[in-house]
Design a protein around this ligand. Structure first.
Ligand SMILES: [Zn+2]
Length: 345
């Protein structure tokens, strides 16, 4: 009987994971742009063709249409399918890892991971962290805390979770405030601060530390590899763009659009999207919260010597690293902490 329930859980998680993944694509595109998430219905960005239900089946439609719009033949980004598959994989992993704690905890973790997927791609593509998704993570954390009180959680006490929220928010707020004071600019976005407070609630303070370690390690690795291999091509590209700007024939907004298009192209072509984006994104980027700001403010280097400017103002989206770290810590944090404590026992 147990096996029967588990099998059902896997099937449900797989199918629902794909469908929710499809909806996450809508959120990733619309939330940072302040658009309504229900209206208008899904349509082809190129020709406006309104997608029928059979054009919207996760993964399957993409394969049948071979990545092209049914109406205009325009290219459909593989990113959409990738997000569906990623979410499906995460939900299946949740059943594998958390089913033994009960269905409640499994669902809570699955939903939190989906919110993190949205934050990952939204920040990667628009340097914006949707607050609603951070609130989602926090609510999942609160739900996990309540489950814990009733003995239905993963054994991370509610005290540890509260300390996690305080530590996550507090540490990153200090870092945020410190860099404002000392460097006179934002070392990270305030969106990161809120996200880490929410993550603390979800993970507990022990696993929160693991997540920050993961995130920092990943950031250092990706930036290191990026600096070694990716840099030259993108620098000249950026220099080219800033030339265009100084000639005054491109408005700020269109240049931004141009670049973000460039970013998403890079993201889908590259095996490591985070890395591509790091170097393609202009120095636009302290902004994490308000989409409006992204379009209007900040510093694409205006002198022809874009490389130097870029060197000084090296900005990159940090949330993809944080989100990955949080996800890894959710799955492996407790095992890692136990192993680590065992070293001193
Ligand atoms: Zn079309």
């Amino acid at each position: 009987m147990e096996t029967y329930y588990l099998a059902c859980a896997y099937v449900l998680a797989g199918v629902l994971g794909l469908c929710v993944g499809s909806f996450l694509n809508v959120l990733i595109y619309r939330l940072p742009r302040g658009m309504n998430i229900a209206k208008p219905p899904s349509h082809c960005p190129a020709c406006g063709y309104r997608l029928k239900w059979y054009d919207n089946i996760p993964v399957l439609s993409y394969c049948i249409l071979r990545g092209r719009c049914r109406n205009c033949g325009g290219h459909i980004s593989f990113r959409y399918t990738a997000v569906e598959l990623l979410n499906c994989g995460l939900w299946l992993a949740c059943v594998a890892a958390f089913w033994r704690y009960g269905i409640g905890y499994t669902v809570v973790c699955a939903l939190a991971l989906s919110a993190l997927v949205v934050e990952f791609f939204a920040d990667l593509e628009t340097m914006t962290v949707p607050d609603s998704m951070t609130i989602g993570v926090a609510l999942c954390g609160a739900a996990a805390l309540v489950l814990e009180v009733f003995g239905l959680g993963a054994g991370i006490s509610w005290q540890d979770r509260l300390w996690g929220a305080l530590a996550g928010g507090g540490f990153f707020a200090l870092f945020y405030g410190g860099s404002l004071l000392v460097l006179r600019r934002e070392g990270l976005g305030f969106g990161d601060v809120k996200l880490m407070a929410a993550a603390g609630l979800l993970l507990g303070w022990q696993n929160l530390i693991v997540s920050v370690l993961f995130a920092s390690l990943a950031a250092v690795l990706v930036m290191g590899i990026g600096r070694a291999f990716v840099r030259p091509a993108h620098v000249s590209e950026n220099a080219q763009k800033s030339d265009d700007l100084t000639q005054g024939n491109v408005t700020d907004a269109s240049a931004q659009a141009d670049i973000s298009q460039n970013v998403s192209e890079n993201a889908e072509n590259s095996a490591a999207p985070a890395q591509a984006n790091v170097f393609a994104s202009p120095a636009q980027a302290d902004v994490t919260d308000t989409p409006a700001q992204t379009g209007t403010s900040e510093a694409i280097p205006e002198n022809a010597d874009g490389c130097v400017e870029k060197e000084k103002k090296f900005e990159f989206p940090f949330v993809p690293f944080l989100a990955s770290g949080i996800a890894l810590a959710l799955f492996f944090g407790t095992a890692i902490c136990t192993w680590y404590m065992g070293l001193f026992a």
